[in-house]
Structures are given as structure tokens and as C-alpha cells.
Design a protein around this ligand. Sequence first.
Ligand code: AMP
Length: 488
Amino acid sequence: MNSIKRLIHNHQLFNKPYLSLSADKFHDECGVFGVYGHREASNLTYLGLHALQHRGQESAGICSSDGRQVHIEKSMGLVTDIFSEKRLKRLPGEIAIGHNRYSTAGSSSLKNVQPLMVNFSLGSLAIAHNGNLVNALELRTALESKGAIFQSSSDSEVFVHLIASSKAGGLYERIIDAARMVSGAFSLLIMTENELIAVRDTYGFRPLSIGRYDGAYIVASETCALDLIGAKYVRDVEPGEMVIINENGITSMKPMPATRQASCIFEFIYFSRPDSNIFGNINVDAVRKEFGRQLAREYPVEADVVIPVPDSGVPAALGYAQESGIPFDFGLIRNHYVGRTFIEPQQSIRHFGVKIKLNPVRQLLEGKRVLVVDDSIVRGTTSKKIVKMIREGGMAKEVHLRISSPPTIGPCFYGIDTPSRKELIASTHSVDEIRKYITADTLQYLSIEGLLKVVPDSERFCTACFDDNYPVLNHQEKIEQMELFSAL
Ligand code: AMP
């Protein structure tokens, strides 16, 4: 690797500090969006994907159907960079599905860009998948031993082969067959020449909402995408539900054996946009603020100012400030234009570190006891740099850090990008050891009880990253195997 490449690579690692090289096998973060019955289906999908850009910034794609033929356009990059008017015109028809994806960069990534599209015995099929399957490797090995040839390294392709090779007669039965064989997380959109099908795993790990717009049906990972196009939220696709949308309207089935619900609590903590309503129309911003209020009740501190780590810590910091009565301010300013290919000048200014992205407002912090709120600590590198930056030059007198979630001790196998367990600082260090490492005066995390108190019907959430209670993969040996694999 030459020095420029190394700088870019390091910078990419800084932007996504928890990558492992083969993360695309297990850690796809994604957003999906689908339209049935609108003459501007692909334009609406473009807008929807733009609203869901935070769920995946590496690549995006749209597939449309004009009733006879399925069209596809997909590339690496951001939605607004990939799709020009000209390109969208190449996506005619009244049905469309789209996908945003984040995984690691790599030469094979283009092959993994979704939607995945195939032609098989029943016609054309396109799929867009959010979530991660925990038995993808076993299924892939079994399918390959029967002659299947995989085009990508993404777990989502397993669906395609399972559907294509199913012995069941019709498409719905084949999809049901496939959905029963996979385990793990899937909020899945499937498009054929003339219908749109949405399927959500029985645990309901990832969100998926249905909306209506101008007579059309819309399906989206988050309601912020419905808002952008002016669609009205109707309901969620329920855990374990398969929704078929075609010329007969909308049909619902619950073809999979029921399990407990285990919706991802990290969607509330970090991943979803605050203006979205997820998991039964619960507003993310309201939950995040309440996490902050609960944190203030659990761990008060004498401070002069509450500041968020933008953007992830903003709602919780507001909640903390409201509950504690300590003034809130924006003490750190974020540069929103840090792209993934940013090149650091080599000679003149070295070791930008966190300054590429964040800069303190000195006038606000100087001589103050500063309380910083962020949503989570993964490896601890960001927090360490932030604490240092706030103190630098004797700026802040004290730096107290409050985290609006419990210590992250376990990786996610269901679609959130986390590193292997050994890289998660809280899996091997006590809170006080982490405090020392990041050089904060005090450090406290929201308790798991406090976290669960905030969300309605808390038993329906997955909290595996905080308590090791994995709803699907609770076999320790298997977890270790997967971690070993993803660390390769
Ligand atoms: P770290 O420096 O590894 O401790 O990263 C902590 C920062 O990463 C926090 O500011 C979080 O908001 C952010 N974060 C946590 N989880 C994720 C994720 N899955 N993707 C991107 N950023 C994340």
C-alpha cells in the first residue's frame, strides 16, 4: 500500500472505526425502499433512498419493472452521485425497489451491490435485503454443493438461490420456503415483473413500514423516507409477515412459525433517524431524549454545560440537559462534508484525527466543567480523541462523559456494523478502566434497566450487544466461530 492509499485507508477506518476486513460477510447496514403502482416509481425510490442514506453510504441501486421487463441501475457511491436524470429514465415502470448498503470497501464490492436481480424459471426477480442471516454460510455451502454458482459474497444472495431452487410450485410458496430456511434478520423486498412482496423475519429485527402515496403503495425501512415523498404511514410490516402487493391490492400472510419478537434496540440508540417512527410507530427522537433524561436521573453531575457529540448524541444530550437543568449548547461543530475518500495532506498538517470531523467552540468551553453526551462507545477511540480535544490547551476544566446506552459488550449478527468482541472496549475493560483510557474525569453509561424502562413493551427488543442474550444465535460456540470468521 503506498502512502496516499494508506492515508485514505486510515481515514476510512476512522470514519468507520470498527471495520473488519471481511465485514461484508456479516455486517451489512442497509436501507430498503419500494413502490407499487406509481408512474414515477423509480423517481420516488430515488428520493426514498436519499432519505435513507444514513443506513448505508457505500453503494445503492434501483430496480424497476414496466410490467414486461425488469430494469436495473446500481453503483458504488451515494444516491445523489449515482443517479442522474438520465439514469433514472432508464428505470421505467410503476414498480420499483431500491437499496442502500454499507459494508467494507473491496474489489468484490460491486458484485454485492443490491438489488440483486436474476432471471429464473418463473421470470425475473429482484431482491433488496436489510439485515444479516446467521446461517448464510451453511446454506451457501449446501447450495454450492448442489451446483449453485454465487455471484457475490453477500448473505442476501442465499435468498435468490433458495427461491430459485425451491421445489415448491409458485413464487409465494418458494419465498415462504426460503424464509423458513434462513435464520437471522431480514426486512426483505422482492420485486417481479408485476408485484412487490415484503417479508420481515419473525423476530422483527429491522424496521419496515408501509405507506400510501397518490394511490401507490410504499414500503420503506424508516418513515423518514415516507415523509420525504409525502406518503402517509399506514402500518408496519409485522414480524413474520409476508405482504403481497399487486393488481388485487395488498394481501397479508403469516407463513412462518412464530418466535419471540426481538426488534433491535440500537435502532433507537443510534441507527435510525430521529425523525423516523419505528417498531410500531414509536418516534426515535422522543425515545433518544428519554434515554438522556433517564441518564441524568441515574448519573447526575455538577457541570456548567451539556454538549452532544454531533449528530449521534444530540437528542440524548438535550434530554440530559432538560432533566438536569444544566444549560445545553453545541460545543462541538461537525463538518458534514467529510467524504470517504478525503485525503489528508502529508507534510503540512499531520494527525488530523478527530479534527477532520469535529472542532470545539473554544469560547463555550473554556474554563468550564463540560458534560459530553454520546450514544455509544465502540472501541473507545472517538471518545478518547474528543475528551483530549475538549481539554487541549486547558480549554475545559473538567470533562465528564455520559453514554446514552449500556456498555457494548457483544457484536451484532443481525445487521449493525460492530467489530469482533475483542475489539469492543467494554467487553474486556471495566467502566473505570475505560474512563482512565479515554482520560475523562467521570464516565457513566445508561443502565440496561434504565434503557428498557424507556421503550414500551421492553421484552420485544433485542439487547444482545449489551447483555449477550442473542435471540437467534445463542450457542456460544457458534458465536465464537462467526467472530473468528469475521475477523479473518
Ligand atoms: P468508537 O470510537 O469505536 O468508540 O466509536 C464510537 C462512535 O461511533 C460513537 O460516536 C457512535 O455514535 C458511533 N457508532 C456506534 N455504532 C456505530 C455504527 N454501527 N456505525 C457507525 N458509527 C457508530
